[in-house]
Design a protein around this ligand. Structure first.
Ligand code: ZN
Ligand code: ZN
Length: 364
């Protein structure tokens, strides 16, 4: 058992890693956002305080993105000199440990924090839970080395708000293309596979997108955000700095315009997938699609992530956990021997299939 003085000392040490400070109205101690109760929780007297906020975030016209968005004045940008990650903190705060690489080589910069978030998806998963999720995930990878699976240690787990733009759009697409279907012909003793091509086309193919998420910071790759989605961005509360207490926010380095261009590309991929799913085909020769994006709307919103890493044989492997639903993505060490074994096994199976196909031909 820790005595009280030791407990307070430990709490102070923990609090030093924290970012935004909110003073408890009861005792003046530091309070932070509590995922379990969705309230502010004082680290010293244990009191809970409701965050006064009944408003839900709403969409904005995309045309207003550049000129009318509010600038985030009450915040400052810090940069990690070790890994280059940028964090946004409240003005009264000081530098902290970098959530991406764990070093405290973090300095304040003159960079502007950009536009103010309009909404925030709050943390629902507690930090202690995040570590359990990461340990369980380490065990699930068949290719991971056995000693890693047995005793994976998780380090530097930080709750970080990650910036995303969400977009809505009503799309209409005209398309034309050529697809092919396999068929077999018999000539003499042998059967051959050939392709029969056909033409496809359509006008005003409709597809509506709602809250399509585009990652606005390159510190966390889009593929991880897509894997751990969804985030409940629809109906999320409007931004209040109280939600950041005890967490930090990653700065965006892709602005709304860059994200919208990226979004259109991602939406085009989805539109092509939907169009092609209407047809029965084996090969795609080409498809041309021209899309109109009508009534585009956007939200700039923070979504909750736990970022941490595994350390294995002096190497660092990052993982990212959705702070709202607990889904995880990232990298894990791979065992060279297991990969070699699987490759050899794959080759044997492929060889066997080819052998059996030829055998079938001869019997026939
Ligand atoms: Zn208190
Ligand atoms: Zn760093």
């Amino acid at each position: 058992m820790m005595d009280d003085a030791a407990a307070v000392e430990k709490m102070t040490a923990d609090a030093k890693l924290k970012t935004s400070v909110f003073k408890c109205p009861n005792c003046g101690g530091e309070a932070e956002f509590d995922a379990k109760t969705q309230k502010l929780h004082c680290l010293y007297c244990g009191g809970y305080y409701e965050i006064q906020n009944n408003e839900k975030v709403t969409e904005n016209e995309l045309s207003e993105l550049l000129d009318k968005a509010t600038v985030w004045n009450e915040a400052e940008v810090y940069e990690c000199k070790s890994c280059g990650a940028k964090e946004i903190l409240d003005k009264q705060e000081v530098a902290t440990v970098c959530p991406f690489c764990g070093t405290n080589n973090v300095v304040r910069t003159e960079d502007l924090p950009g536009i103010k978030p309009q909404g925030v998806v709050t943390f629902k998963i507690e930090k202690s839970n995040a570590s359990d999720i990461a340990k369980a995930w380490a065990k699930k990878d068949w290719f991971a080395p056995n000693d890693f699976k047995r005793s994976a240690t998780t380090e530097n787990i930080h709750g970080v708000y990650n910036p995303v733009f969400t977009f809505d759009a009503e799309t209409k697409s005209d398309y034309d293309g050529r697809l092919g279907k396999y068929y077999t012909v018999r000539r003499g003793k042998h059967t051959y596979t050939e392709v029969r091509y056909f033409h496809i086309s359509g006008k005003d193919y409709p597809l509506n997108f709602d809250d399509f998420i585009v990652q606005a910071s390159t510190s966390v790759p889009q593929k991880h955000i897509s894997k751990i989605s969804p985030f409940p961005t629809n109906g999320a509360p409007v931004f209040k700095s109280e939600y950041l207490r005890g967490f930090s926010a990653n700065a965006y380095n892709k602005d709304g315009k860059v994200c919208w261009d990226e979004c259109k590309e991602l939406m085009r991929i989805e539109i092509e997938k939907r169009i092609l799913s209407k047809y029965n085909y084996d090969v795609k020769s080409y498809v041309n699609i021209s899309t109109k994006f009508n009534h585009p709307l956007y939200k700039y919103i923070l979504v909750p992530l736990y970022i941490g890493n595994y350390r294995y044989k002096e190497k660092i492997f990052n993982f990212f956990i959705n702070g709202s639903n607990g889904k995880i993505s990232g990298s894990r060490p791979k065992s060279f021997w297991k990969i070699l074994f699987a490759t050899i096994l794959g080759l044997i199976v492929a060889g066997l299939i080819i052998y059996l196909m030829f055998l079938g031909d001869f019997v026939d």
